[in-house]
Design a protein around this ligand. Structure first.
Ligand code: IPE
Ligand code: IPE
Ligand code: MG
Length: 251
C-alpha cells in the first residue's frame, strides 16, 4: 500500500497551513546563494499545491513572507518579491485549470507596487474559481493583525458604537485577515525548527502541529502524505476527555 492510499478520505483536514522554512539552509549546504533556495522552494510549492488539490483539501495557507522578513538583506527581499511576481504569473494557468482560487493575507500595502499589482490581478482572475483556496501569507504576522483588530475595536468603542462587554471571540475572528477562512486543522513546519514564529497565533488553537526536519525545497508529495497520515492518527479532544470523543452520546 503506498502512502497516499493510507490517507482516510473522510478525514482530510479542511485547512492545512504550512510554514515553508529552510530554503536558505538548503542552498547554503550546496554552496549556492540563499536566493537559489527560494527558487527551488517554488517547485516544492507546486508539488504541495498539486497534492492538496488531488486530496480535496479546501484551504491551503502558505507562509511565504513574514513581517519580520522585511529585516533581511535588501537583495534577498528583492529576489523574493521578483520570484513572487514570476511565480504568480507562471502559475496562473495552473490555477485556472485546477479551479484554484488565490487569496492573500498580510499587510499587502507593504509589497512593492509591481508585486502588489500582479498579485491582485491573479486574485481577481481566479476569483471565479470554486475549488481549493490557496492562501498566501505575505508580509504577514499574527501580532500585526491582532493589533489591527484591537485598533478597530478600540476605535468603535471610542466612537460609542461598541461597548467593551459586547466584544466576542467571533467578532475578533471576523476582524482578522482570515475572517472568511476556517481555522487550520493541521500546521506543518519544515526545516526542523520547533516554533510557530509569528503565524496564525489566534487561529491555531487546537490545531495539530507537525514538524519535519526536511528543508522546504525537499518537501514532496510523499512528505505531505506522511503529515496527513500522522494527523489522522491523532485524537483531537478540544478540551474534552477521550471517552467523550469516542462516545459522543455520553457527553
Ligand atoms: C523560508 O526559508 C523562506 C522565507 C522565510 C522567505 P528561509 O529563507 O527562512 O531559510 P532558512 O531558514 O534560512 O534556511
Ligand atoms: C518563518 O520563517 C516565515 C516564513 C516561512 C515565511 P523564518 O525563517 O522567517 O522564521 P524564524 O526566524 O526562523 O523563526
Ligand atoms: Mg528560516
Amino acid at each position: 500500500m503506498n502512502l497516499k492510499e493510507k490517507i482516510i478520505k473522510e478525514r482530510i483536514p479542511a485547512h492545512v497551513a504550512i510554514i515553508m522554512d529552510g530554503n536558505g539552509r538548503w542552498a547554503r549546504k550546496r554552496g549556492f546563494a540563499r536566493t537559489l533556495g527560494h527558487e527551488k522552494g517554488v517547485d516544492a510549492v507546486r508539488e504541495t499545491v498539486e497534492a492538496a488539490v488531488e486530496l480535496g483539501i479546501g484551504y491551503l495557507t502558505l507562509y511565504a513572507f513574514s513581517t519580520e522578513n522585511w529585516n533581511r538583506p535588501k537583495y534577498e527581499i528583492d529576489a523574493l518579491m521578483r520570484l513572487l511576481v514570476r511565480s504568480v504569473n507562471k502559475e496562473r494557468k495552473t490555477f485556472m485549470d485546477n479551479n484554484i482560487r488565490l487569496m492573500a493575507i498580510g499587510d499587502l500595502r507593504n509589497l512593492p507596487p509591481k508585486s502588489y499589482t500582479e498579485l491582485m490581478k491573479a486574485i481577481d482572475d481566479t476569483a471565479v474559481n470554486t475549488g481549493m483556496r490557496l492562501v498566501l501569507a505575505l508580509s504577514y504576522s499574527s501580532r500585526w493583525e491582532i493589533v489591527e483588530a484591537a485598533r478597530i475595536l478600540a476605535g468603535n468603542i471610542s466612537k460609542g458604537t461598541l461597548k467593551p462587554e459586547e466584544i466576542t471571540q467571533e467578532m475578533f475572528s471576523n476582524l482578522l485577515t482570515t475572517a472568511s477562512i476556517p481555522d487550520p486543522e493541521l500546521l506543518i513546519r519544515t526545516s526542523g525548527e520547533y516554533r510557530v514564529s509569528n503565524f496564525l497565533l489566534w487561529q491555531i488553537a487546537y490545531c495539530e502541529l507537525y514538524f519535519t526536519p526536511t528543508l522546504w525545497p525537499d518537501f514532496s508529495k510523499e512528505e505531505f502524505y506522511r503529515a496527513l497520515i500522522d494527523y489522522q492518527s491523532r485524537e483531537r479532544r478540544f478540551g474534552m476527555t477521550s471517552e467523550q470523543i469516542r462516545k459522543p452520546k455520553n457527553r
